[in-house]
Unconditional design. Structure first.
Length: 132
């Protein structure tokens, strides 16, 4: 995330791809896959982000999968992840992030309340907290 925030998302993606391929631990793979999918969305590499989710759906958090699926025009699957978040147990910040993603991608009948930058920053904060 630090490399990406320094403006080199391509380098961050390459490092994470290598890490994903070589990491034997499920918890760490989930953090890597979440981060990589989120970065690929930010780079507008939608097909790559969706591949990361579809390749190992159990290794992706619901909120990152929701974002990827909604952004890549998979509304049915996105709504399933959204409902899973709402059914919880989910912390309030995750619910707020999921609601904003759902609003922004028209999964619900409500107008967005935050910017795309807010979503990206909140997603990164979630990924970091989830990995801790």
């Amino acid at each position: 995330i630090l490399v990406e925030r320094q403006g080199n998302a391509g380098a961050a993606s390459r490092v994470l791809e290598r890490g994903l391929a070589n990491c034997p631990f499920a918890v760490e793979r989930r953090a890597i896959r979440d981060t990589l999918a989120s970065i690929e969305l930010g780079r507008r590499r939608f097909r790559e982000a969706r591949r990361l989710v579809e390749q190992a759906p159990e290794e992706v958090s619901n909120v990152v999968a929701l974002h990827v699926l909604a952004a890549t025009q998979r509304p049915g699957l996105a709504r399933q992840r959204y409902q899973a978040i709402l059914r919880g147990p989910s912390p309030n910040n995750v619910i707020e992030l999921a609601q904003e993603i759902a609003r922004r991608h028209r999964l619900v009948d409500d107008e967005p309340r935050h910017t795309a930058i807010w979503i990206a920053n909140s997603e990164r904060e979630y990924i970091l907290a989830d990995a801790a």
